[in-house]
Unconditional design. Structure first.
Lengths: 220, 291
Protein backbone atom coordinates (compact mmCIF):
# COMPACT_ATOMS: atom_id res chain seq x y z
CA UNK A 1 0.00 0.00 0.00
CA UNK A 2 2.83 2.42 0.94
CA UNK A 3 6.27 2.01 -0.66
CA UNK A 4 9.35 4.13 -0.03
CA UNK A 5 12.30 3.57 -2.36
CA UNK A 6 15.58 5.36 -1.56
CA UNK A 7 13.75 8.41 -0.28
CA UNK A 8 15.81 11.37 0.90
CA UNK A 9 14.55 14.67 2.28
CA UNK A 10 16.63 17.66 3.29
CA UNK A 11 15.58 20.76 5.25
CA UNK A 12 18.04 23.53 4.40
CA UNK A 13 21.38 21.94 5.38
CA UNK A 14 19.89 19.15 7.49
CA UNK A 15 18.96 15.72 6.23
CA UNK A 16 15.62 14.63 7.70
CA UNK A 17 15.54 11.17 6.06
CA UNK A 18 18.26 9.52 4.03
CA UNK A 19 17.83 6.72 1.45
CA UNK A 20 14.86 5.25 3.29
CA UNK A 21 13.28 2.15 1.75
CA UNK A 22 10.34 0.28 3.28
CA UNK A 23 6.87 -1.02 2.45
CA UNK A 24 3.59 -1.27 4.33
CA UNK A 25 1.17 -3.82 2.94
CA UNK A 26 -2.50 -3.25 2.33
CA UNK A 27 -4.48 -3.79 5.52
CA UNK A 28 -1.33 -3.82 7.67
CA UNK A 29 -0.88 -1.89 10.90
CA UNK A 30 2.75 -0.80 11.34
CA UNK A 31 4.82 1.63 13.38
CA UNK A 32 7.57 4.11 12.63
CA UNK A 33 9.62 4.51 15.77
CA UNK A 34 12.66 6.44 16.88
CA UNK A 35 13.74 9.25 19.15
CA UNK A 36 12.71 12.87 18.64
CA UNK A 37 14.22 14.32 15.47
CA UNK A 38 14.79 10.92 13.89
CA UNK A 39 12.56 11.72 10.91
CA UNK A 40 9.28 9.99 11.89
CA UNK A 41 7.07 13.01 11.24
CA UNK A 42 8.87 13.68 7.95
CA UNK A 43 8.11 10.13 6.79
CA UNK A 44 4.40 10.69 7.44
CA UNK A 45 4.45 14.16 5.85
CA UNK A 46 6.06 12.70 2.74
CA UNK A 47 3.17 10.23 2.43
CA UNK A 48 0.44 12.89 2.43
CA UNK A 49 2.70 15.28 0.51
CA UNK A 50 2.93 17.99 3.14
CA UNK A 51 6.59 17.66 2.15
CA UNK A 52 8.06 16.58 -1.15
CA UNK A 53 11.04 14.22 -1.30
CA UNK A 54 14.29 15.48 -2.80
CA UNK A 55 15.22 12.01 -4.05
CA UNK A 56 13.57 8.61 -4.37
CA UNK A 57 10.11 7.34 -5.14
CA UNK A 58 7.01 7.02 -2.95
CA UNK A 59 3.94 5.11 -4.07
CA UNK A 60 0.63 5.06 -2.22
CA UNK A 61 -2.08 2.65 -3.38
CA UNK A 62 -0.24 2.24 -6.67
CA UNK A 63 0.19 6.00 -7.32
CA UNK A 64 3.67 7.36 -7.74
CA UNK A 65 2.98 10.41 -5.63
CA UNK A 66 6.39 11.92 -6.30
CA UNK A 67 5.16 12.61 -9.81
CA UNK A 68 1.76 13.84 -8.71
CA UNK A 69 0.72 17.24 -9.98
CA UNK A 70 -0.34 19.82 -7.43
CA UNK A 71 -3.96 19.54 -8.57
CA UNK A 72 -3.85 15.83 -7.64
CA UNK A 73 -2.78 16.41 -4.02
CA UNK A 74 -6.32 16.98 -2.63
CA UNK A 75 -7.42 13.64 -4.09
CA UNK A 76 -4.44 11.87 -2.52
CA UNK A 77 -5.18 13.45 0.86
CA UNK A 78 -8.83 12.42 0.66
CA UNK A 79 -7.59 8.83 0.55
CA UNK A 80 -5.52 9.29 3.69
CA UNK A 81 -6.84 10.02 7.17
CA UNK A 82 -4.27 11.86 9.27
CA UNK A 83 -4.09 12.12 13.06
CA UNK A 84 -1.89 15.16 13.43
CA UNK A 85 0.49 15.55 16.33
CA UNK A 86 -0.85 19.07 17.00
CA UNK A 87 -4.46 17.88 16.42
CA UNK A 88 -5.33 20.69 13.97
CA UNK A 89 -8.81 21.07 15.38
CA UNK A 90 -10.56 24.33 14.56
CA UNK A 91 -11.24 26.13 17.82
CA UNK A 92 -14.18 28.11 16.41
CA UNK A 93 -16.02 25.03 15.23
CA UNK A 94 -17.64 22.51 17.53
CA UNK A 95 -16.76 18.82 17.63
CA UNK A 96 -19.50 17.90 15.17
CA UNK A 97 -18.38 20.54 12.66
CA UNK A 98 -14.71 19.57 12.99
CA UNK A 99 -15.49 15.97 12.08
CA UNK A 100 -18.10 16.86 9.45
CA UNK A 101 -15.47 18.95 7.66
CA UNK A 102 -13.74 15.75 6.48
CA UNK A 103 -16.97 14.66 4.78
CA UNK A 104 -17.95 18.06 3.40
CA UNK A 105 -14.56 18.32 1.74
CA UNK A 106 -15.44 15.06 -0.02
CA UNK A 107 -18.77 16.51 -1.17
CA UNK A 108 -20.93 14.21 0.98
CA UNK A 109 -24.49 15.45 1.57
CA UNK A 110 -25.78 16.83 4.85
CA UNK A 111 -28.00 13.89 5.77
CA UNK A 112 -25.26 11.30 5.32
CA UNK A 113 -22.72 13.58 6.97
CA UNK A 114 -24.90 13.82 10.07
CA UNK A 115 -25.34 10.08 10.46
CA UNK A 116 -21.67 9.29 9.75
CA UNK A 117 -20.38 11.93 12.16
CA UNK A 118 -22.59 10.62 14.98
CA UNK A 119 -21.45 7.08 14.17
CA UNK A 120 -17.79 8.17 14.33
CA UNK A 121 -18.42 10.02 17.61
CA UNK A 122 -20.01 6.88 19.04
CA UNK A 123 -16.98 4.81 18.05
CA UNK A 124 -14.70 7.10 20.08
CA UNK A 125 -17.22 7.46 22.95
CA UNK A 126 -17.76 11.17 22.43
CA UNK A 127 -21.37 11.26 21.24
CA UNK A 128 -22.27 13.46 24.20
CA UNK A 129 -19.59 16.03 23.29
CA UNK A 130 -20.77 16.84 19.76
CA UNK A 131 -21.67 20.44 20.63
CA UNK A 132 -18.53 21.14 22.64
CA UNK A 133 -15.70 23.25 21.27
CA UNK A 134 -12.12 21.90 21.21
CA UNK A 135 -10.80 24.18 23.98
CA UNK A 136 -13.49 22.73 26.27
CA UNK A 137 -12.15 19.18 25.80
CA UNK A 138 -9.32 17.35 27.56
CA UNK A 139 -6.22 16.24 25.61
CA UNK A 140 -7.49 12.68 25.38
CA UNK A 141 -10.89 13.83 24.14
CA UNK A 142 -9.31 16.07 21.54
CA UNK A 143 -7.17 13.16 20.40
CA UNK A 144 -10.28 11.01 19.97
CA UNK A 145 -12.03 13.78 18.00
CA UNK A 146 -9.04 13.89 15.64
CA UNK A 147 -9.24 10.13 15.33
CA UNK A 148 -12.94 10.35 14.52
CA UNK A 149 -12.20 13.00 11.90
CA UNK A 150 -9.47 10.83 10.34
CA UNK A 151 -11.67 7.75 10.13
CA UNK A 152 -15.13 9.19 9.42
CA UNK A 153 -14.65 9.11 5.65
CA UNK A 154 -13.28 5.55 5.82
CA UNK A 155 -10.08 6.26 3.87
CA UNK A 156 -7.94 3.23 2.89
CA UNK A 157 -4.93 4.62 4.80
CA UNK A 158 -4.66 6.16 8.28
CA UNK A 159 -1.50 7.93 9.42
CA UNK A 160 -1.01 8.95 13.03
CA UNK A 161 1.76 11.14 14.38
CA UNK A 162 2.44 10.51 18.08
CA UNK A 163 -1.24 9.78 18.74
CA UNK A 164 -0.68 9.07 22.41
CA UNK A 165 1.96 11.71 22.99
CA UNK A 166 0.32 13.56 25.86
CA UNK A 167 -2.08 10.92 27.09
CA UNK A 168 -2.13 8.90 30.29
CA UNK A 169 -1.56 5.13 29.83
CA UNK A 170 -5.26 4.19 30.12
CA UNK A 171 -6.38 6.78 27.58
CA UNK A 172 -3.48 5.82 25.32
CA UNK A 173 -4.62 2.19 25.42
CA UNK A 174 -8.15 3.33 24.53
CA UNK A 175 -6.84 5.25 21.53
CA UNK A 176 -4.75 2.25 20.41
CA UNK A 177 -7.81 0.03 20.68
CA UNK A 178 -9.61 2.31 18.23
CA UNK A 179 -6.67 2.04 15.80
CA UNK A 180 -6.81 -1.74 16.06
CA UNK A 181 -10.58 -1.68 15.38
CA UNK A 182 -10.08 0.52 12.32
CA UNK A 183 -7.29 -1.76 11.09
CA UNK A 184 -9.48 -4.82 11.64
CA UNK A 185 -11.87 -3.41 9.05
CA UNK A 186 -9.06 -3.51 6.43
CA UNK A 187 -7.65 0.00 6.74
CA UNK A 188 -3.87 0.33 6.46
CA UNK A 189 -2.54 2.10 9.57
CA UNK A 190 0.91 3.63 10.04
CA UNK A 191 1.68 5.14 13.44
CA UNK A 192 4.73 7.25 14.22
CA UNK A 193 5.70 7.07 17.88
CA UNK A 194 8.66 7.27 20.22
CA UNK A 195 6.76 5.22 22.82
CA UNK A 196 7.97 1.60 22.62
CA UNK A 197 5.12 0.47 24.89
CA UNK A 198 2.69 1.01 22.06
CA UNK A 199 4.11 -1.72 19.87
CA UNK A 200 5.94 -4.00 22.36
CA UNK A 201 4.71 -7.59 21.90
CA UNK A 202 2.11 -6.36 19.44
CA UNK A 203 3.21 -8.65 16.64
CA UNK A 204 3.27 -5.60 14.36
CA UNK A 205 6.04 -4.45 12.06
CA UNK A 206 8.16 -1.56 13.28
CA UNK A 207 10.45 0.63 11.17
CA UNK A 208 13.10 2.14 13.36
CA UNK A 209 14.63 5.47 12.38
CA UNK A 210 17.72 7.10 13.81
CA UNK A 211 18.99 10.48 12.56
CA UNK A 212 17.04 10.02 9.35
CA UNK A 213 18.37 6.55 8.58
CA UNK A 214 16.26 3.41 8.65
CA UNK A 215 18.11 1.20 11.13
CA UNK A 216 15.55 -1.49 11.77
CA UNK A 217 12.59 -3.20 10.08
CA UNK A 218 11.13 -6.08 12.06
CA UNK A 219 8.18 -7.55 13.91
CA UNK A 220 7.86 -6.82 17.63
CA UNK B 1 -18.65 21.84 -1.97
CA UNK B 2 -22.38 22.34 -1.78
CA UNK B 3 -23.54 25.89 -2.39
CA UNK B 4 -25.52 26.10 0.90
CA UNK B 5 -22.40 25.10 2.87
CA UNK B 6 -20.28 27.71 1.04
CA UNK B 7 -22.99 30.28 1.76
CA UNK B 8 -23.00 29.25 5.40
CA UNK B 9 -19.20 29.67 5.66
CA UNK B 10 -19.34 33.03 3.88
CA UNK B 11 -22.23 34.23 6.09
CA UNK B 12 -20.38 33.13 9.23
CA UNK B 13 -17.26 35.00 8.16
CA UNK B 14 -19.22 38.09 7.12
CA UNK B 15 -20.79 38.22 10.56
CA UNK B 16 -17.64 37.28 12.48
CA UNK B 17 -15.55 39.93 10.74
CA UNK B 18 -18.40 42.44 10.61
CA UNK B 19 -16.38 45.59 11.35
CA UNK B 20 -13.74 45.10 8.69
CA UNK B 21 -16.46 44.07 6.24
CA UNK B 22 -18.58 47.09 7.10
CA UNK B 23 -15.59 49.37 6.60
CA UNK B 24 -14.95 47.82 3.20
CA UNK B 25 -18.61 48.21 2.19
CA UNK B 26 -18.52 51.89 3.20
CA UNK B 27 -15.27 52.48 1.30
CA UNK B 28 -16.55 50.78 -1.84
CA UNK B 29 -19.89 52.57 -1.51
CA UNK B 30 -18.14 55.96 -1.24
CA UNK B 31 -15.87 55.20 -4.19
CA UNK B 32 -18.74 54.17 -6.42
CA UNK B 33 -20.72 57.22 -5.28
CA UNK B 34 -17.87 59.52 -6.36
CA UNK B 35 -17.80 57.72 -9.73
CA UNK B 36 -21.59 58.10 -10.00
CA UNK B 37 -21.51 61.84 -9.24
CA UNK B 38 -18.67 62.33 -11.75
CA UNK B 39 -20.62 60.30 -14.29
CA UNK B 40 -23.73 62.41 -13.67
CA UNK B 41 -21.70 65.61 -14.19
CA UNK B 42 -20.10 64.27 -17.39
CA UNK B 43 -23.49 63.07 -18.64
CA UNK B 44 -25.02 66.52 -18.16
CA UNK B 45 -22.06 68.35 -19.73
CA UNK B 46 -22.22 66.01 -22.72
CA UNK B 47 -25.98 66.45 -23.03
CA UNK B 48 -25.67 70.25 -22.81
CA UNK B 49 -22.84 70.48 -25.34
CA UNK B 50 -24.51 67.86 -27.50
CA UNK B 51 -27.39 70.25 -28.24
CA UNK B 52 -25.09 73.02 -29.49
CA UNK B 53 -24.20 71.45 -32.90
CA UNK B 54 -27.91 71.56 -33.87
CA UNK B 55 -27.66 75.38 -33.84
CA UNK B 56 -24.32 75.51 -35.60
CA UNK B 57 -24.12 77.21 -39.00
CA UNK B 58 -21.47 78.47 -41.42
CA UNK B 59 -21.82 81.79 -43.28
CA UNK B 60 -20.35 82.31 -46.76
CA UNK B 61 -20.13 86.02 -47.70
CA UNK B 62 -20.49 86.58 -51.42
CA UNK B 63 -18.67 88.97 -53.73
CA UNK B 64 -20.50 92.07 -54.93
CA UNK B 65 -22.13 91.45 -58.27
CA UNK B 66 -22.27 87.70 -58.03
CA UNK B 67 -24.90 86.58 -60.52
CA UNK B 68 -27.92 84.47 -59.62
CA UNK B 69 -26.61 81.67 -61.84
CA UNK B 70 -23.31 81.68 -59.96
CA UNK B 71 -25.13 81.66 -56.59
CA UNK B 72 -27.28 78.70 -57.71
CA UNK B 73 -24.20 76.76 -58.81
CA UNK B 74 -22.47 77.46 -55.46
CA UNK B 75 -25.58 76.36 -53.54
CA UNK B 76 -25.85 73.17 -55.58
CA UNK B 77 -22.21 72.38 -55.06
CA UNK B 78 -22.58 72.85 -51.28
CA UNK B 79 -25.77 70.77 -51.08
CA UNK B 80 -23.95 67.87 -52.71
CA UNK B 81 -21.58 67.69 -49.73
CA UNK B 82 -22.69 64.81 -47.42
CA UNK B 83 -22.02 66.91 -44.30
CA UNK B 84 -24.41 69.69 -45.39
CA UNK B 85 -27.99 69.63 -44.19
CA UNK B 86 -29.33 72.84 -45.83
CA UNK B 87 -28.15 75.98 -47.66
CA UNK B 88 -30.13 79.22 -47.67
CA UNK B 89 -29.49 82.48 -49.47
CA UNK B 90 -29.58 85.76 -47.55
CA UNK B 91 -29.73 88.79 -49.77
CA UNK B 92 -28.18 92.13 -48.92
CA UNK B 93 -31.64 93.55 -48.05
CA UNK B 94 -32.50 90.62 -45.86
CA UNK B 95 -29.16 90.91 -44.06
CA UNK B 96 -29.82 94.57 -43.28
CA UNK B 97 -33.31 93.73 -42.06
CA UNK B 98 -31.93 91.08 -39.72
CA UNK B 99 -29.25 93.45 -38.47
CA UNK B 100 -31.84 96.13 -37.71
CA UNK B 101 -33.97 93.57 -35.90
CA UNK B 102 -30.98 92.55 -33.80
CA UNK B 103 -29.89 96.08 -32.92
CA UNK B 104 -33.11 97.75 -31.85
CA UNK B 105 -33.39 101.46 -31.08
CA UNK B 106 -30.25 102.18 -33.03
CA UNK B 107 -31.73 103.99 -36.00
CA UNK B 108 -29.07 106.68 -35.65
CA UNK B 109 -26.48 104.10 -36.64
CA UNK B 110 -28.07 103.55 -40.00
CA UNK B 111 -28.77 107.23 -40.78
CA UNK B 112 -26.62 108.58 -43.50
CA UNK B 113 -26.02 105.21 -45.14
CA UNK B 114 -26.56 105.82 -48.86
CA UNK B 115 -26.32 102.24 -49.78
CA UNK B 116 -26.45 98.88 -47.96
CA UNK B 117 -22.86 97.92 -47.07
CA UNK B 118 -23.75 94.37 -46.02
CA UNK B 119 -22.85 91.60 -48.44
CA UNK B 120 -25.22 88.88 -49.58
CA UNK B 121 -24.43 85.54 -48.01
CA UNK B 122 -25.20 81.85 -47.91
CA UNK B 123 -26.06 80.20 -44.57
CA UNK B 124 -24.93 76.58 -44.49
CA UNK B 125 -26.38 74.26 -41.82
CA UNK B 126 -24.55 71.03 -41.14
CA UNK B 127 -25.88 67.63 -40.21
CA UNK B 128 -25.66 67.13 -36.41
CA UNK B 129 -23.25 64.24 -36.65
CA UNK B 130 -20.98 66.10 -39.05
CA UNK B 131 -20.34 69.07 -36.77
CA UNK B 132 -16.75 68.76 -35.62
CA UNK B 133 -13.64 70.92 -35.88
CA UNK B 134 -12.09 68.74 -38.62
CA UNK B 135 -15.14 68.44 -40.89
CA UNK B 136 -16.07 72.07 -40.54
CA UNK B 137 -12.54 73.31 -41.28
CA UNK B 138 -12.38 71.12 -44.36
CA UNK B 139 -15.77 72.30 -45.59
CA UNK B 140 -14.87 75.93 -44.91
CA UNK B 141 -11.68 75.59 -46.97
CA UNK B 142 -13.63 73.95 -49.81
CA UNK B 143 -16.35 76.62 -49.70
CA UNK B 144 -13.75 79.38 -49.69
CA UNK B 145 -12.45 78.14 -53.04
CA UNK B 146 -15.88 78.33 -54.70
CA UNK B 147 -16.37 81.09 -57.24
CA UNK B 148 -18.11 84.16 -55.84
CA UNK B 149 -17.34 83.38 -52.21
CA UNK B 150 -15.40 86.18 -50.53
CA UNK B 151 -15.13 84.99 -46.96
CA UNK B 152 -16.19 82.10 -44.76
CA UNK B 153 -17.14 82.59 -41.12
CA UNK B 154 -17.92 79.72 -38.75
CA UNK B 155 -16.71 80.50 -35.20
CA UNK B 156 -13.64 78.29 -35.40
CA UNK B 157 -12.44 79.04 -31.86
CA UNK B 158 -15.82 78.39 -30.27
CA UNK B 159 -16.15 75.08 -32.03
CA UNK B 160 -12.69 73.83 -31.10
CA UNK B 161 -13.15 74.99 -27.47
CA UNK B 162 -16.45 73.16 -27.28
CA UNK B 163 -14.94 69.94 -28.54
CA UNK B 164 -11.89 70.31 -26.30
CA UNK B 165 -14.25 70.63 -23.33
CA UNK B 166 -16.12 67.48 -24.33
CA UNK B 167 -12.91 65.55 -24.85
CA UNK B 168 -11.56 66.84 -21.54
CA UNK B 169 -14.69 65.83 -19.62
CA UNK B 170 -14.62 62.36 -21.21
CA UNK B 171 -10.92 61.83 -20.51
CA UNK B 172 -11.17 63.13 -16.95
CA UNK B 173 -14.21 60.92 -16.32
CA UNK B 174 -12.41 57.86 -17.67
CA UNK B 175 -9.29 58.57 -15.60
CA UNK B 176 -11.40 59.09 -12.46
CA UNK B 177 -13.34 55.87 -13.10
CA UNK B 178 -10.10 53.94 -13.69
CA UNK B 179 -8.48 55.28 -10.51
CA UNK B 180 -11.49 54.66 -8.27
CA UNK B 181 -12.25 51.24 -9.80
CA UNK B 182 -8.63 50.25 -9.13
CA UNK B 183 -9.04 51.57 -5.59
CA UNK B 184 -12.20 49.51 -5.07
CA UNK B 185 -10.48 46.38 -6.38
CA UNK B 186 -7.63 47.11 -3.98
CA UNK B 187 -10.06 47.49 -1.04
CA UNK B 188 -11.63 44.11 -1.83
CA UNK B 189 -8.18 42.64 -2.37
CA UNK B 190 -7.00 43.89 1.04
CA UNK B 191 -10.16 42.80 2.83
CA UNK B 192 -10.05 39.27 1.45
CA UNK B 193 -6.28 39.10 2.04
CA UNK B 194 -6.77 40.08 5.70
CA UNK B 195 -9.63 37.58 6.10
CA UNK B 196 -7.51 34.95 4.39
CA UNK B 197 -4.58 35.53 6.76
CA UNK B 198 -6.86 35.53 9.78
CA UNK B 199 -8.14 32.15 8.72
CA UNK B 200 -4.82 30.80 7.48
CA UNK B 201 -4.74 28.04 10.12
CA UNK B 202 -8.21 26.90 9.14
CA UNK B 203 -7.28 26.99 5.45
CA UNK B 204 -4.10 25.00 6.10
CA UNK B 205 -6.20 22.35 7.88
CA UNK B 206 -8.66 22.30 4.98
CA UNK B 207 -5.77 21.71 2.59
CA UNK B 208 -4.30 18.92 4.72
CA UNK B 209 -7.68 17.20 4.89
CA UNK B 210 -7.88 17.17 1.10
CA UNK B 211 -9.99 20.23 0.29
CA UNK B 212 -9.73 21.36 -3.31
CA UNK B 213 -8.67 24.86 -4.17
CA UNK B 214 -12.27 25.60 -5.24
CA UNK B 215 -13.64 24.44 -1.86
CA UNK B 216 -11.35 26.89 -0.07
CA UNK B 217 -11.74 29.79 -2.47
CA UNK B 218 -15.49 29.70 -3.05
CA UNK B 219 -16.57 31.17 0.34
CA UNK B 220 -13.98 33.97 -0.01
CA UNK B 221 -15.13 34.80 -3.53
CA UNK B 222 -18.69 34.80 -2.26
CA UNK B 223 -17.71 37.08 0.58
CA UNK B 224 -15.89 39.51 -1.75
CA UNK B 225 -18.90 39.53 -4.06
CA UNK B 226 -21.31 40.25 -1.19
CA UNK B 227 -19.07 43.09 0.06
CA UNK B 228 -18.82 44.54 -3.48
CA UNK B 229 -22.57 44.16 -4.07
CA UNK B 230 -23.38 45.84 -0.76
CA UNK B 231 -20.99 48.70 -1.59
CA UNK B 232 -22.70 49.07 -4.98
CA UNK B 233 -26.13 49.05 -3.37
CA UNK B 234 -25.01 51.69 -0.90
CA UNK B 235 -23.74 53.91 -3.72
CA UNK B 236 -27.04 53.45 -5.60
CA UNK B 237 -28.94 54.59 -2.52
CA UNK B 238 -26.43 57.44 -2.23
CA UNK B 239 -26.80 58.70 -5.80
CA UNK B 240 -30.62 58.39 -5.69
CA UNK B 241 -30.64 60.36 -2.42
CA UNK B 242 -28.22 62.90 -3.92
CA UNK B 243 -30.65 63.53 -6.78
CA UNK B 244 -34.02 63.27 -5.06
CA UNK B 245 -33.11 64.96 -1.79
CA UNK B 246 -30.41 67.28 -3.15
CA UNK B 247 -30.76 68.31 -6.79
CA UNK B 248 -34.55 68.10 -6.92
CA UNK B 249 -34.96 70.15 -3.73
CA UNK B 250 -32.48 72.74 -4.98
CA UNK B 251 -34.31 72.97 -8.30
CA UNK B 252 -37.35 74.32 -6.43
CA UNK B 253 -35.38 77.40 -5.50
CA UNK B 254 -32.73 77.64 -8.19
CA UNK B 255 -33.64 77.26 -11.90
CA UNK B 256 -30.08 76.14 -12.79
CA UNK B 257 -30.75 72.77 -11.19
CA UNK B 258 -33.95 72.27 -13.19
CA UNK B 259 -31.84 71.54 -16.25
CA UNK B 260 -30.01 68.64 -14.55
CA UNK B 261 -30.76 65.34 -16.26
CA UNK B 262 -30.81 62.18 -14.12
CA UNK B 263 -30.57 58.93 -16.10
CA UNK B 264 -31.77 56.66 -13.23
CA UNK B 265 -31.65 53.50 -15.38
CA UNK B 266 -27.93 53.96 -15.98
CA UNK B 267 -27.28 53.82 -12.23
CA UNK B 268 -29.33 50.68 -11.56
CA UNK B 269 -26.45 48.27 -12.42
CA UNK B 270 -24.27 49.82 -9.65
CA UNK B 271 -24.69 46.82 -7.28
CA UNK B 272 -23.68 44.52 -10.14
CA UNK B 273 -20.64 46.69 -10.88
CA UNK B 274 -19.74 46.50 -7.17
CA UNK B 275 -20.17 42.73 -7.23
CA UNK B 276 -17.86 42.35 -10.23
CA UNK B 277 -15.22 44.62 -8.68
CA UNK B 278 -15.49 42.71 -5.39
CA UNK B 279 -15.18 39.40 -7.16
CA UNK B 280 -12.14 40.61 -9.14
CA UNK B 281 -10.42 41.92 -5.99
CA UNK B 282 -11.09 38.66 -4.13
CA UNK B 283 -9.86 36.52 -7.02
CA UNK B 284 -6.61 38.53 -7.22
CA UNK B 285 -6.17 38.33 -3.43
CA UNK B 286 -6.59 34.57 -3.35
CA UNK B 287 -4.25 34.02 -6.25
CA UNK B 288 -3.16 30.44 -6.73
CA UNK B 289 -3.36 28.17 -3.71
CA UNK B 290 -0.25 26.10 -3.15
CA UNK B 291 -0.36 22.68 -1.52
Amino acid sequence: MIHFLDVTKHYDNQTAVRNVTFSVDKGEMAFVSGPSGSGKTTVLKLIYLAEKPDEGTITVAGWDITRLRESGIPLLRRNIGVVFQDFRLLARKNVFENIAMALRIRGIGEKETKSRVYEALKSVNLRHKSDAFPPQLSGGEQQRVVLARATVAEPPVILADEPTGNLDPDTAQGVMRIFRDVNAKGTTVLIATHNRELYRNSGRRVFRLEAGNLVGDGIH
Amino acid sequence: MSAPYALKLAAQSLFREKWINLLSVLTIGSGLLVISVAFLAAYNIKAATGRLPEKFSMVLYLDEGTTKAQIDRTMLSLKRDPAVSSVSYISKGQAMKELKATIRNADALFEGLDENPLPASLEVKLKKDSVGPGTVKELAAKAGRLKGVREVDYGEKFLSSLYSLRRGVNSLGLILIAIIATGIIFVCYSTVKILFYRRSEEIETFKLLGATSWFIRFPFLLEGSVIGFSGGLLSLIGILSFYYFGILKLSLTSPVFRAVLFPADLFLPLPLVGLLLGLTGSAIALGRLRY
